[in-house]
Design a protein around this ligand. Structure first.
Ligand SMILES: N[C@@H]1[C@@H](O)[C@H](O)[C@@H](COP(=O)(O)O)O[C@@H]1O
Length: 260
């Protein structure tokens, strides 16, 4: 696992560089998309590169991490609509090439199995963007999630519902109780995991993710088992890291050609 302590702006450039490298290669690429505030600066940088540097998403496929269950199709907080507004529409990416778990399916387990199948048929995810919840969730894999879980329905933890109430006008009772999320096993199969975290409220989750014992209690710790995981954190989110100086030195002496 590589830990890079960098400002939100630097994080966005580094993650966008890795995504641009994939989009400009000869073969089609598959991006794993996350919602929440953490990836917004990355999306902003990708939109800038699309508008000013000709970065094209035409040959890419996208798979989202998660979705609320039961929000009406036109609800602005439905993750499908959020990602359309924050990235897909703004980079003129064909919406048919961007997929997400179906939170409105009549048969949710069948829809989850189909989603797994669609990811597999696309050849798997090349780069998965991730944020982290204050309780250490990735996607919507709340504490207690199996480390080998697949896409499925989950109940949101009270902490997550209260954290996300800000997107629902501060009204907790408007936040859905259930979600569908790629599992920790699904996420772990992406070839490169790139997690972004900013702010002191993420410091404990980041400490556990990087330095804690692997445990379902802190689901993001599953990333310690991944052969190519990058964790981009600002100073505040890094404030509880025991080995922060070592991560700084390592990154400062990293060969420039290496990329993420
Ligand atoms: N389901 C999303 C996650 O994918 C996201 O990473 C996390 C952190 O959100 P934020 O980036 O807004 O702090 O919470 C949400 O509940």
């Amino acid at each position: 696992m590589e830990v890079i302590i960098a400002s939100g702006e630097q994080q966005a450039k580094l993650a966008a560089d890795a995504i641009e490298k994939l989009l400009r290669r000869e073969t089609d690429s598959t991006l794993g998309l996350a919602t929440g505030s953490s990836p917004l600066a990355v999306y902003g940088e990708l939109i800038r590169r699309h508008e000013h540097e000709g970065l094209s998403f035409a040959r890419a496929r996208g798979f989202m991490l998660d979705e609320y269950v039961g929000l009406p199709a036109d609800h602005p907080q439905r993750y499908r609509n959020v990602i359309a507004a924050e990235l897909v529409d703004r980079v003129h990416w064909d919406g048919e090439r961007v997929h997400g778990p179906d939170g409105l399916a009549a048969d949710i387990p069948a829809a989850c199995a189909e989603y797994e199948q669609a990811i597999a048929e696309a050849g798997g995810v090349d780069l998965q963007l991730l944020g982290i919840g204050t309780d250490g969730h990735i996607g919507f894999n709340e504490p207690g999630s199996s480390l080998s879980s697949r896409t499925r329905i989950k109940s949101l933890a009270p902490q997550t519902r209260s954290d996300n109430a800000r997107f629902f006008g501060g009204e907790l009772d408007q936040v859905p109780v259930h979600c569908v999320t790629q599992g920790l096993g699904t996420i772990s199969e992406a070839r490169h995991l790139v997690l972004l975290a900013t702010g002191r409220h993420k410091a404990e989750a980041v400490h556990q993710l990087v330095e804690g014992p692997i445990s379902a209690l802190w689901p993001a710790t599953v990333m310690q088992l991944h052969p190519h995981a990058t964790v981009l954190v600002d100073e505040a989110a890094a404030s509880r890291l025991q080995l922060a100086d070592y991560y700084r030195q390592t990154y400062a002496s990293k060969p420039g050609w290496q990329g993420l």
